[in-house]
Design a protein around this ligand. Structure first.
Ligand code: FRU
Length: 473
């Protein structure tokens, strides 16, 4: 460990100790930064009987900037232990940010692949075609500390038609080889994926690109690729996609393609792009396989560059953003479903009797499940936030700017809404429709720890309601 690393680590420990947040928007069962800013989930893995989640972390600035990797681990996906900051921008190849990446578990070691961000100063750089370095780095960890860091690829090594924007390695093993996807922006502003292969985890050969025929955004961030029930799924977070009716309403998107054919050659096609989440706050998801062979997805319950559109009121409390709950992926009729992970049932504290058309007041940390919905249903929180299914349209809408921090409405067209499963956690809401066929994630900022809740269900004869308050340690 060099003295810069030591110094940075000490400063972070101090700032974390002096900034314990006890405000009412602190999350109960979502992972949030100890202080400052959090963005993408990184290095998700199941390692020696425990779940590990790393995250993009800016402890010194509530609005981001210099990125580190923070680290949490858990045996049960409910109780998390914070383990500090194992990856710091302390080398020439990552000195302006330890950017996003993934974990490969092998031989009792974690192989952490990430992007070392380097920014040059002093010249008239545009930071697209020049002035920026995107290095692919391998850090090896025993699960606690990182023992070595090695730069594997620099911009010189990537295909020539690319800008400096190449990042977010996702690595996996298949038979006896390793594969890596990287997100990239070409010189003519097209988002694409680079596919690499290695036999030793260190030396990587460029194989192929994965891209659409016509451009879909200028940059693809945080790619992921895996098979699920024999389908190949490609997840990307594209930037520069134009809004189309109810689609692509956020500043940047996150979604998936089903890939047909062989992505290791050019002999493949990508089906339609489908958004993973229809709410205001979702970006840069990553998946991993656990010991039960579940393909688990976790996203950033937030988005970059939203300042002109809406806000997060926790900024005034010195912290910003959180991760989504873990969601188990499934494929049904060629559509990806995201199911809240079963372990969350262990948070159930007390079941509260609930009826149609009645006003309730409840601590803002609960789960609401409504089954056998037949027609038009409206759930109202704080006499303001409306969650509604009517005439084949599912809507999440804030009327009051204060409560939604400027968020207005998001919608999705859907044939039926039989089931709604909602998780509310002081300042976040995640809504799963029809067991994860569609999901809406959002932040909101109630004035009290308790909020009001009302359900108006037009045809309620067979409807079942379950309201569970959650107990948080
Ligand atoms: C996505 C992203 C990644 C990058 C990281 C930097 O939110 O922009 O592409 O690696 O965040 O924090």
């Amino acid at each position: 460990m060099n003295s810069l690393t030591k110094h940075l680590q000490k400063s972070i420990e101090m700032i974390e100790k002096n900034n314990l947040h006890n405000d009412l928007w602190r999350l109960g069962f979502h992972l949030m930064p100890p202080t400052g800013w959090l963005n993408d989930p990184n290095g998700l893995c199941y390692f020696k009987g425990e779940y590990h989640i790393f995250f993009q972390y800016s402890p010194f600035n509530v609005n981001g900037e210099l990125k580190f990797w923070g680290h949490y681990k858990s045996k049960d996906l409910i109780n998390w232990q914070y383990l500090g900051v194992p990856l710091l921008p302390d080398q020439p190849f990552d000195c302006h940010g330890v950017y996003s990446g993934s974990a490969l578990v092998e031989d009792d070691k974690m192989y952490l692949y990430y992007t070392g961000n380097v920014k040059n100063f002093g010249e008239d750089y545009d930071y697209i075609n020049n002035g920026r370095g995107s290095n692919t780095i391998l850090a090896i960890s025993d699960g606690n500390i990182v023992n070595s860091k090695k730069c594997l690829l620099t911009n010189e090594d990537y295909p020539k038609n690319l800008t400096c924007h190449v990042r977010d390695p996702k690595v996996w093993k298949e038979n006896d080889a390793y594969y890596m996807v990287l997100g990239a922006r070409t010189k003519d502003d097209k988002g694409i994926i680079l596919l690499y292969k290695s036999l030793d985890k260190i030396n990587w050969d460029f194989l192929n690109t994965i891209e659409t025929n016509t451009p879909f955004g200028y940059m693809w961030e945080c790619p992921d690729l895996f098979t699920l029930k024999n389908e190949t799924i490609v997840i990307i977070s594209p930037q520069g996609v134009e809004e189309e009716g109810y689609k692509y309403n956020n500043i940047y998107q996150s979604g998936y393609y089903i890939l047909n054919g062989d992505y290791k050659t050019s002999n493949y096609t990508l089906n339609n792009f489908v958004e993973l989440d229809r709410g205001f706050d979702f970006y840069a998801p990553q998946t991993f396989l656990d010991d039960k062979n579940r393909r688990i997805l976790i996203g950033w319950l937030g988005l970059p560059d939203i300042e002109a559109l809406y806000t997060n009121k926790t900024i005034e409390k010195g912290w910003q953003h959180c991760l989504t709950i873990p969601r188990v992926l499934d494929i049904i009729n060629n559509k990806l479903y995201q199911k809240p992970i079963d372990e969350l049932k262990n948070l159930r504290n007390k079941q509260i009797e609930i009826n149609n058309n009645t006003l309730y007041n409840i601590e803002c940390c609960f789960e609401l499940i409504i089954e056998n919905i037949l027609q038009h249903i409206t759930i109202t929180l704080e006499n303001d936030t409306i969650i509604q299914f009517k005439d084949n349209l599912f809507t999440l809408k804030f009327n009051n700017t204060d409560l939604g921090g400027g968020r207005k409405d998001r919608n999705v067209e859907i044939n039926n809404c039989n089931k709604i499963h909602m998780f509310v956690d002081y300042s976040s809401i995640e809504i799963f429709i029809n067991d994860g066929e569609e999901v809406f994630s959002t932040r909101f900022y109630p004035k009290n720890k308790n909020i009001s809740l009302k359900i108006n269900n037009i045809n309620s004869k067979n409807t079942l309601y379950y309201l569970n308050s959650f107990s948080i340690k």
